[in-house]
Design a protein around this ligand. Sequence first.
Ligand code: FMN
Length: 295
Amino acid sequence: MTTAKVHAVPHILTSPWRPGDALTVEEAGCLAAALSPVSLRELSCCGFSDELIAGLLHRGLLAGGEPAPGLWFRHGWGRPQEFLKAAVADRARTAHSRPPQPGPVSGVLDSREVVHQVLARRSVRKFSREPLARSVLEDTLTAAGALLHAMPYLRLYVVAQDVEATPRGAYAYRSDGTLILLRDGVEDRTMRDVAHQYWVLGTGAVIFIGVCWKDLEEVHGSGPAAFLTLLTECGKLAHTMVLTATAQSAGTWMTPAIDEQRAAEACGLADTDGRDGELLYMVKIGMPRTAEDDQ
Ligand SMILES: Cc1cc2nc3c(=O)[nH]c(=O)nc-3n(C[C@H](O)[C@H](O)[C@H](O)COP(=O)(O)O)c2cc1C
């Protein structure tokens, strides 16, 4: 076995669950171990046989070389879907031996008032010509930032498109509330390529949630359960930001369907495998378009 790297192929990862092409438990384990590029030697050390690895390479379920950036974007949601299925199955199998845990919406939808707020808001995709007040952005970041102590592997980045008293550009949010400029002036073209949905443009800002995979693994380990936790927490952060912005009359929409590579470029992130984190999710915030804007 060599130090050459292999990785699981996301778009094919969905097919082995079709009847007649099932994976063995060992094969699934090997693919899960190769979701991030891993050397053949490391796979071998984990106990996966040469024959099993060769079989997966032959079937196209493992691929050699570094994965092209943005695999998730180009191959849709195959990998998260399969992760989630695996996580749900794992939870069901092991639930009886675990201590009781709060449900995933705990702390999010746990009061009647919040449920009403969620039901009352609607996504906004047309934005005012007026810039977003800086205080709305700050309050939104502060509310999300308060959750980050329990999610130390998550990061927040902002692309200010038109925010009062804030030069257009990409910023890192720090836990002391400051915004550190990473990239001056991010073009509309760049933002359009991040989301491929033109309503990402306009006044206001986009807040990105990123994950440092190494830090996540330190806290939650690797595997489906950690991934499920991560997705749930992205949802909690987005939920918090959306409700905070809405309470100040701003409009929002959110999506995890972003091109990770383009998003990293937009934010000026150099080390997405490391502490900068890989961007997973975005929330757009701006003042809703009014009749006056249309005149
Ligand atoms: C996980 C997730 C992904 C979403 N992806 C998109 C998206 O790609 N584009 C978009 O315009 N809205 C997206 N939305 C917003 C939903 O379309 C919207 O929240 C849903 O239709 C309910 O409408 P409401 O927000 O007005 O209540 C997404 C929402 C969630 C929670």
